[in-house]
Design a protein around this ligand. Structure first.
Ligand SMILES: [Zn+2]
Length: 387
């Protein structure tokens, strides 16, 4: 194992690796984000403020990008079972067509095999003929009703009631024309309700009826229940959405963090400082440094159990290459003369299941760089700086 703690702490002079400030509480920032399986074996000092910005992008990538689907099968697992958000896929929607009619809302968690149905109340606003209640247990729908009743007590009228419940109007092709889709109110895993409807008009009609029903209707009559359990093999629709900039911030962060473990002197490097601002979300671009998407996950099979990262030289430039879940990103940090002559190359890997992260020997770095860059640029790279 590569020991970073003492040397790195001394090199950065007790400063945050991202903002450079010394007057803030420092924590250990995982080089490989925890959502990808990163462990504390590789870390750099970061203040809690910077950590907050960085984890925001990392969580977005780990929970709502295509990486989250790979997490389901390859890990790491969600950390804390008691925290409702732990290991959760944060999809814009996840709809399950129910054999008895309509669509259930569900969530999927890392480590679970089938989606978990969320408690919901649906109302047929077009014909005003039906109400469907769904949930795994009657108690769940009672919880939903209770939350709604509390909101209603705080509000004056249906408009202020509606204003307190987020409304989701995502375009979902299947439900657009389907009369069997009824607008609904759903209680998510964090105990927050939301309304889903196809358009604003439908949302308003639904809210009016719901407002009335919460006051007058006896939801505790369990006979009118629709069982919501999602059986294995039930088809469902899932929409994940994330900002590409968050993905790029995460890629840049891993590379800069890794490079600085081996090269503490880069703290004062102009290029790295510009990239750090981008990583923290303070700028929309990294001062001329570009993160390129090269392949999508699962297209590289060389490291089926690891994420791998290389930082070093190629064709007279300083570059970074990453492969997470078998995809590839390349970062061109610019000509070598913008970096100190002492800048050393470095490669690392981390197990996808979250059990180990480590700096790799030089030969491994050369192998990673050549394998990824040869494919990325479709040619043999010039082996500059190679062992
Ligand atoms: Zn900081």
């Amino acid at each position: 194992m590569y020991i970073v703690s003492k040397t790195l702490h001394q090199a950065v002079g007790g400063r945050c690796a991202w903002c450079g400030r010394a007057d803030r509480t420092l924590t250990e920032d995982h080089v490989f984000p925890r959502v990808l399986g990163g462990t504390k074996e590789l870390w750099i000092p970061s203040c809690t403020e910077c950590q907050t910005f960085i984890s925001r992008a990392e969580l977005e990538v780990g929970r709502s990008s295509f990486y989250s689907l790979f997490r389901l099968t390859q890990g790491p697992k969600g950390r804390d079972k008691r925290k409702p958000g732990s290991g959760l896929l944060e999809a814009r929607y996840m709809l399950v067509k129910h054999p008895l009619g309509g669509y259930g809302e569900a969530v999927l968690r890392v480590g679970d095999e089938t989606p978990q149905a969320l408690p919901s109340i649906e109302i047929d606003v077009a014909d005003r003929k039906g109400i469907r209640r769904r949930g795994m247990k009657p108690q769940e729908v009672d919880d939903l009703v209770q939350v709604l009743a509390q909101i209603q007590q705080r509000t004056q009228n249906v408009e202020s009631f509606l204003a307190q419940i987020p409304v989701r109007l995502d375009k979902i092709p299947d439900i657009d024309e389907d009369l069997d889709f009824w607008p609904r109110v759903v209680l998510d895993v964090r105990h927050k309700p939301f309304i889903r409807a196809r358009n604003e008009r439908e949302a308003l009609s639904f809210a009016k009826l719901l407002y009335l029903l919460v006051k007058t209707y006896r939801f505790g009559e369990y006979a009118a229940w629709t069982e919501a359990e999602v059986k294995g093999g039930t088809p469902h629709q899932l929409l994940l959405s994330y900002r590409r900039a968050s993905m790029h911030r995460m890629v840049a962060k891993v590379l800069v963090a890794l490079a600085r473990i081996r090269n503490p002197q880069l703290a004062d490097n102009r290029v790295f400082q510009a990239v750090s601002k981008f990583i923290l979300g303070a700028t929309e671009s990294a001062g001329g440094v570009e993160v390129k998407d090269v392949w999508w996950p699962d297209t590289i099979s060389s490291w089926p159990e690891h994420h791998v990262v290389y930082f070093g030289r190629c064709d007279g430039r300083v570059v970074g290459v990453t492969s997470f879940y078998g995809d590839c990103h390349v970062v061109d940090f610019g000509p070598v003369d913008q970096f100190s002559e002492r800048t050393e190359e470095v490669a690392a890997r981390c197990r996808r299941d979250g059990t180990r992260a480590e700096i790799m020997p030089k030969e491994f770095g050369v192998y990673v760089r050549d394998t990824l860059l040869d494919q990325a640029y479709g040619r043999k790279t010039i082996k500059e700086g190679a062992a």
